[in-house]
Ligand binder design. Structure first.
Ligand SMILES: [Zn+2]
Length: 667
């Protein structure tokens, strides 16, 4: 290759590598695999090594490397980096709006722009002639630190701006938040734990620690991301909304969850919508930023102290809190699995009192090294059971006690077993009260027989009165059985009996299968089995080989199904059940609905669907939910923070849909 050829080739390589970077970080699409992209980067690096004068400041090879610094240079800000006033409740938003209205000419009707407040570190990026020349931290707002070398390792930060139709001044300044994605935070902390190092307390500290590394090689090993939210340079754009659009055009990730709000009520809707979405985002937020959209108005409102009047940070209540582990007890699940649960000194987290947190299993207890008496950080995300995320060992007094897995079941006293290759410990007694109660609760739950009104209290009463021992017994209950029970009105007894009787007439096969509580057979596998076999008798007589033919059923599941069908007690239980209920024939969904006959994979989190909702929606439209991408897959729906499945889809030429396209298909 001549030097001229090398020059042309390296130019193309830089363009294409940035193109893929833009697709991935801004548009959330992966057009080629990581391996292929690495190969392009490698080729560019080789060319630049052969012809060092081809290296440019904006070359993607310049993202890594550089010599460690002795210290950071000071970086004064031309326009001070302000901070925002916090508000925590809607009435405070109203007060802010009233204050603002007083300062504006009568009749001014501002609109509001709402965006996520990412929990990270503010950065100011300066571009000259389109090339990144300086990245600076906020510092005290007037002067920060020059962290250009470290910022260059963040792939979401363009080294060169993309061409736009607007004419830009020679130098422009972009601001945004550098942050650590949740996955990266978890990866780093797992690694730290392995090395015996202290884990990071929170992702903001981790991001700040990374950016303030004097050795850029250490920084590049921690994958930060960047979300742009402001363009400081005045280029004649009228609204903050237009600023965001321009930032995306320039090659930045500028937020997909932004919303223009006309009224305060719309701001509140936004705040609630994001709260629901929050746990499914790939990064942490601590609230939203709400600001006046019209830039003229925003500027007119001015600054008071170090905060602009035209915007506020509308925060969510804290999702973490510290408390003390008063005890660790085990709970017996329906399969007999023993789950350790931390009993906590009650503490307010995200607006509700938490007194228990799951510790999942013994491995997790060892990983956290949590002991009875420890001060811990508990975290609550959405509706899920709170987790203990970290122990604060500095609070230890020496009186803390290590947890020991009991040798016998706390509910029935039978011996506890730890099967090879499994994380969980199990109670070996099939008649264990705790297990049977859990089994009954599972049997009547929403995704099983869906019997309303049979809560744990009533089930326990029925058990104590010797009225039920297994799920089949429920169907023999009549109104008179409820009469002697405490606090049971005639009417509610009648209603309860009616809903039990309604459930026995025509159960869907998948519900029955899920209700049986077979180990490793959950809702999805129940659907797959029902669709594949079509009847309970075919399932009962199937061999392991036949089970393995079912979509997504592997050795463990097949073995478990086989064991269940061969087990004497389970057989008897199922016989009793089938005497009492009618199983509805499985209606094949194929041929109906907008997704009829299509196999669909969903990767990443969707804004409008939980995992279960997406599954249900696909099924309802006649489609089939599958978990891995193959040539047979028809569509891959890509949400927020997608996994490798998106790249795999591209490789195989499977059609990729974003959430909007997916929703359209469902209509
Ligand atoms: Zn037991």
């Amino acid at each position: 290759m001549t030097k001229a050829e090398a020059k042309t080739r390296s130019l193309k390589l830089r363009e294409q590598i940035d193109h893929y970077r833009y697709q991935y970080h801004v548009l959330d699409r992966s057009e080629i695999s990581d391996a292929a992209l690495d190969s392009l980067k490698h080729e560019l690096q080789s060319l630049e090594e052969a012809y060092p004068d081809l290296v440019t400041a904006d070359s993607p090879t310049q993202r890594v490397g550089g010599e460690p610094l002795a210290k950071f240079q000071k970086a004064p800000h031309g326009v001070p980096m302000l901070s925002l006033n916090d508000v925590f409740a809607f009435d405070e938003v109203e007060e802010w709006q009233k204050r603002v209205a007083k300062l504006l000419p009568p009749g001014t009707q501002p609109s509001y722009f709402a965006e996520l407040k990412v929990d990270g570190l503010a950065l100011s990026l300066t571009y000259r002639d389109g090339v990144l020349i300086r990245a600076a931290t906020r510092g005290d707002g007037q002067t920060g630190e020059d962290v250009t070398m470290n910022a260059k390792t963040i792939e979401a930060i363009p080294l060169r701006l993309r061409p736009v139709s607007k004419i830009l001044p020679r130098e422009i300044e972009v601001r945004g938040e550098a942050y650590m994605p949740k996955k990266e935070f978890e990866r780093l902390n797992a690694e730290a734990k392995q090395r015996g190092a202290e884990p990071f307390a929170n992702p903001r500290n981790a991001a700040a620690g990374a950016l303030r590394q004097l050795d850029p090689k250490v920084m590049s090993a921690r994958k930060l991301s960047f979300l742009a939210y402001d363009l400081v340079t005045d280029i004649g754009v009228q609204t903050h909304e237009a600023v965001h659009a321009l930032l995306a055009e320039l090659g930045f990730q500028s937020g997909k969850h932004n919303r223009l709000c006309r009224t305060l009520a719309e701001i509140e809707d936004y705040h609630r919508d994001i709260e629901k979405l929050r746990s499914r985002l790939g990064f942490w937020i601590d609230g939203n930023v709400v600001g006046i959209n019209e830039l003229v108005t925003f500027k007119r409102l001015g600054v008071i102290g170090k905060t602009p009047r035209g915007a506020v940070a509308y925060k969510y209540p804290a999702e973490q809190a510290t408390t003390v582990v008063e005890d660790i007890q085990v709970q017996v699940g329906r399969t007999g699995a023993l789950t350790p649960v931390a009993h906590l000194r009650p503490v307010l987290v995200a607006g509700s009192t938490v007194s228990r947190a799951t510790l999942h299993n013994l491995d997790e207890i060892r990983r956290l090294d949590v002991r009875i008496g420890d001060t811990v950080i508990v975290q609550k995300a959405g509706d899920v059971i709170p987790d203990v995320v970290q122990v604060l060992p500095k609070f230890r007094t020496g009186k803390e006690k290590k947890f020991v897995m009991p040798k016998v079941c706390p509910a029935c006293g039978s011996s506890v077993q730890h099967p090879d290759g499994e994380v969980a410990y199990y109670c070996t007694n099939k008649k264990c009260f705790a297990q049977r109660m859990e089994e009954l609760q599972h049997f009547v739950s929403k995704n099983a027989l869906n019997i309303d009104g049979l809560g744990p209290k009533i089930l326990e009463q029925l058990w104590s009165a010797d009225l039920i021992r297994q799920p089949a017994d429920l169907f023999d209950l009549t109104e008179k059985h409820f009469a002697p029970l405490e606090r049971f009105a005639e009417k509610s007894a009648a209603n309860l009996v009616e809903s039990i009787q309604a459930a026995r007439r025509g159960i869907e096969l998948w519900r029955l299968l899920n209700a049986l509580g077979i180990r490793h057979v959950g809702e999805q596998t129940s659907h797959d089995l029902a669709e594949h076999f079509g009847s309970i008798s075919k399932i009962r007589s199937a061999s392991i080989k036949k089970f393995l033919k079912v979509h997504d059923v592997g050795e463990t599941v097949a073995q478990s199904l086989h064991d269940y069908c061969a087990d004497y007690d389970s057989k008897k239980h199922l016989d009793e059940l089938l005497k009492r209920v009618t199983v509805r024939a499985e209606v094949k969904q194929v041929g109906r609905g907008s997704l009829a006959g299509k196999s669909i994979v969903v990767t990443g989190s969707l804004a409008h669907f939980s995992r279960a909702e997406a599954k249900a929606a696909i099924r309802q439209a006649g489609g089939k939910w599958v978990s891995s991408v193959s040539k047979k897959t028809d569509y891959v729906v890509v949400g927020e923070d997608p996994g490798s499945k998106a790249a795999r889809a591209k490789q195989l030429g499977v059609r990729v849909l974003d959430e909007a396209a997916f929703r359209k298909l469902l209509q």
